[in-house]
Design a protein. Structure first.
Length: 421
C-alpha cells in the first residue's frame, strides 16, 4: 500500500496536460458489447478503474490491448454474460454491462456493484428502466439477473436525472425493437459522448446533448472508434491546486464548456483566469481567496465530484463558506481529516460550514474515497510542514499519476510504500 508524503508551502508553476476522462471511458468500454468486432477508444486514462473494467470485460470474453492511451476492445468472441462479484465489487461503474449484455444476448447476470465507501447510490433507476424495456429482473444472492427475449421500445422518465441509469437505458434501447423516449435524461458530457459513440456504431439517436433522447432500435450495431474527452474533474482539481497554493499555472484543456461552473466559482473567489487556444491560465498569486458558497447539482451545475476539493480551498478562504451537496447528502468523509490539518469545518445536514483559517498544519490523514483523497492532497500542498496521505489507492482509481503532474509543477510530493492502513 502506498501513501503520499507532501511537504507543503511550495508555489506551483508551469504547464500540465489533463488526462482523458475516466468516467466517460468507463461508459464507452461496456458500450462495445453492443457490437461484434474491434473498437478503439483513444485518450483512455491509465487509472486503476480502467484496468478493473478491462478485467471484467476480459472475463466476458472481450479481447483488449491497451497501449499509449489507445484501448482496443474486440467483442467478437463473448463467452458469457455473467459479471461476477470478484470484479464488480471494486467499482460501481460495473453496472454499465447490464444494459448492453441484456440488449444483445437477452440475458445478463451482474453482481450488485461496489465502489467508494460513502453513501447509498441505489441502482433502482437502472433496474426500473430495464423492466420498462421488457426485461424480467430478479435479485437473489447478491446478483441481478435480467432476461428478455427481445427488449421493446418504451417511454422512460427519470424522476431523478441519473448519469448511470441514462447510460444503461441508452445502450439497452439502441438494440430494442421500436422507439424509446427517455425524458429527464442526464446531459453530462460523458453521456453525450456515449450517445455519439453508439450513434457512430449505427444507432439511431436524436436529441443528443438534451434532456430528451429518442432512440429508434436497430437490429445490429457495428464496431467503431472514438476520441475520449479530457477529464473535467481532473481539470477542476488541478486548477483548485493552483488556487489553494496561491500559484500561477497553465492547464492544457480545451473543453471549457464542461467546467463553466467551476471556472465561475474560481473567479468569484478572486483568481484571475485567461484563455488562449487550448490553454487555461490561472493566476492566484495575488488572490485573497474570498469565501464562495456552492451547492452541487447535476450538469451543468457545480459537480459533486468537486465538492471535497472546494471544501479544502475554502478552508483557507476569508470568512465563512457554506458548501451544500444536493446530489449526495452524506459525501463529507473528508471533513474530519481536513479538521485534523487545522481546518474549521462543521457538518450540518447536507452542508459543510467552513470557517476560513489563516493556515493549515501538516499531519497524517487517511483517504476514504476518490475525491476525498484529492481534497487531502490539495490541503497538504497548502499546509505548513509535512502531510502524509494514507490509502492513496483511492486516488489511483481516477487520477493518472497525479503526484507526477504536481511534482512537474513544483510540488514536493512523493509516493512511498507503507504498511500503514
Amino acid at each position: 500500500m502506498d501513501k503520499f508524503v507532501i511537504k507543503g508551502g511550495k508555489k506551483l508553476s508551469g504547464t500540465v496536460e489533463v488526462s482523458g476522462a475516466k468516467n466517460s471511458a468507463l461508459a464507452l468500454m461496456p458500450a462495445t458489447l453492443l457490437n461484434s468486432g474491434k473498437n478503439i477508444i483513444n485518450n483512455t486514462p491509465e487509472v486503476s478503474d480502467i484496468y478493473t473494467m478491462i478485467k471484467l470485460l476480459n472475463h466476458l470474453g472481450v479481447a483488449t490491448n491497451f497501449c499509449d492511451h489507445n484501448l482496443m476492445l474486440d467483442t467478437s468472441h463473448i463467452i458469457n454474460q455473467i459479471a461476477p462479484y470478484e470484479h464488480v465489487k471494486k467499482m460501481r461503474a460495473s453496472i454499465y454491462v447490464l444494459g448492453p449484455l441484456l440488449a444483445r444476448y437477452g440475458y445478463a447476470k451482474v453482481s450488485m456493484p461496489g465502489g467508494c465507501a460513502w453513501g447509498p447510490r441505489p441502482i433502482n433507476l437502472h433496474l426500473e428502466a430495464m423492466k420498462k424495456l421488457g426485461a424480467e429482473i430478479q435479485l437473489e444472492e447478491g446478483y441481478i439477473t435480467a432476461k428478455s427475449k427481445k427488449l421493446q421500445g418504451t417511454k422512460l422518465h427519470f424522476d431523478i436525472s441519473s448519469v448511470g441509469a441514462t447510460g444503461n437505458a441508452l445502450m439497452a434501447a439502441s438494440l430494442a425493437k421500436g422507439t424509446t423516449l427517455i425524458t429527464n435524461a442526464s446531459i453530462e458530457p460523458e453521456i453525450t459522448l456515449l450517445a455519439e459513440f453508439i450513434k457512430s456504431m449505427g444507432a439511431k439517436i436524436s436529441g443528443i446533448g438534451s434532456t430528451t433522447l429518442e432512440i429508434e432500435g436497430v437490429d445490429e450495431l457495428y464496431p467503431s472508434n472514438i476520441e475520449n474527452i479530457a477529464d473535467r474533474i481532473e481539470a477542476g482539481t488541478l486548477l483548485t491546486a493552483a488556487a489553494i497554493t496561491r500559484s500561477k499555472i497553465n492547464l492544457e484543456y480545451k473543453n471549457l464548456e464542461h467546467i463553466k461552473s467551476i471556472l465561475s466559482k474560481l473567479e468569484d473567489s478572486g483568481v484571475i483566469l485567461s484563455y488562449n487556444n487550448k490553454l487555461i491560465q490561472i493566476d492566484a498569486t495575488k488572490c485573497s481567496s474570498k469565501n464562495v458558497d456552492i451547492a452541487t447539482s447535476v450538469y451543468p451545475g457545480f459537480p459533486t465530484d468537486m465538492q471535497a476539493q472546494w471544501t479544502s480551498y475554502m478552508s483557507l478562504a476569508n470568512g465563512i463558506s457554506t458548501i451544500t451537496d444536493s446530489v449526495y447528502h452524506d459525501r463529507f468523509n473528508h471533513v474530519p481529516e481536513l479538521n485534523r490539518l487545522g481546518a474549521n469545518i462543521e457538518i450540518i445536514n447536507n452542508s459543510a460550514v467552513v470557517k476560513g483559517v489563516q493556515s493549515l498544519a501538516g499531519a497524517k490523514v487517511m483517504s476514504t474515497d476518490l475525491r476525498a483523497s484529492a481534497s487531502l492532497v490539495l490541503a497538504g500542498l497548502a499546509a505548513t510542514g509535512t502531510t502524509e496521505v494514507l490509502r492513496v489507492y483511492h486516488l489511483d482509481r481516477g487520477y493518472q499519476r497525479i503526484e507526477e503532474k504536481l511534482r512537474a509543477l513544483g510540488a514536493d510530493i512523493e509516493r512511498v510504500s507503507t504498511s500503514e492502513f
